[in-house]
Design a protein around this ligand. Sequence first.
Ligand SMILES: Cc1ncc(COP(=O)(O)O)c(C=O)c1O
Length: 451
Amino acid sequence: MGYSFANVKTALPGPKAKALLEKRQTYVPKGVSNGIPTFIDHASGALLTDVDGNTFIDFAGAIGTINVGHCNPDVVAALHDQIDKYIHPGFNVMMYDSYIELAERLSKLAPGDHDKQAIFFNSGAEAVENAVKIARKYTKRQGVVVFSRGYHGRTLMTMTMTSKVRPYKFEFGPFAPEVYKAPYPYEYRRPEGMSQEAYDDYVLNEFKTFLVGDVAPETIAAVVMEPVQGEGGFIVPSKKFVQGVAQLCKEHGIVFVADEIQTGFCRTGKYFAIEHFDVVPDLITVSKSMAAGVPISGVIGRKEIMNVANPGELGGTYSGCPLGCRSGLAVLETIEKHGLNERGAAIGQKVMERFHQFKEKFDVVGDVRGLGAMCAIEFVKDRTTKEPNKEIVSAIIQEANSRGLILLSAGLFSNVIRVLMPLVITDEQLEEGLTILEESIVAQTASLQPK
Ligand SMILES: Cc1ncc(COP(=O)(O)O)c(C=O)c1O
């Protein structure tokens, strides 16, 4: 179609991908879903090339994992160096310095000037599980509070903490006890006629009522909040709400956990999204972009809380593996070297400019929103009723795929398109990706009449 970077030469899947897809269907259960029906051959920066030689601009970044880019040269060099030395002694068998160094660097980077520590695991869900364990051990309480539309993972505890019944929870119960779900603001869907300010007060009051009606604060170990909801649809809460909840946690001795697994490492233009809200969390969970695709996660937080669990009570065979630690250190170097926080903010600005234009042009666009480069478009069938339009989102994503752009949906009703492109994307690649997105909306929207 004459693009400079995106180049899809075959139907999707192409012939080689088709053969692999048939095997995949035979040998891999359908329970693990796949967005685009093809297989990768290689990747670099913000571009992915599949086995049939089709090249795609990546606006998904492995669901927010590749902020520093695919095969980032610093990360690749660190991994090669590590593999030649040792792969895995097991931190609880023989320690290695990269674990300590990463813990030190992340402890210093996390908000707050109090003493901090960090501990590492494998996946985001495992980090959240362990933040809960740590908070319970410290407070000697059991209750865990999360928020409606939140996402924290697929293990028993984190699935319990997660919203969106299908596909995450349906027929997978019973769930873990002592998990309570509180309301979270959703500005776009605030009651008709209510001002932003009144709505902020309303939701915070609802949270206070929740502490009376649903669970007693003195039984709550942790409140776990995404500073911007990821899977829930890139919903940005008000500063007032986040600060209000953090303050209530402080008053009641509750550990306030910021789940930064999707929001962290420059996505919002800061190391941690919670910094936008001027709140210092007690614990932070991290994963995804912390190591550019190597499975590692962590909990960072107040030493007095982190250090309460006794030897052997936390950890796991692969927890904080050397490849993850080395990659994590290389990621931090890259962020500094390339000013990726500033780049995240600049990308966000460009994306939001285009998204606002889309809102002007296309009636199906109900809302555009974001924080830094964590930006999304919510599609509706009708701007007055705001009825979610899942069908158009899935059609636009398929159309974009066929033109060489990888996109992700989000939201309880799967009616949101979110972007999580690598922050090393060039201006030209970003422009081309946004143009493909616009062309895909045009192609898939019958009623699209520029106003
Ligand atoms: C906010 C948040 N928490 C936790 C998780 C779970 O991470 P993982 O898939 O690595 O278990 C995710 C994954 O998308 C997430 O976005």
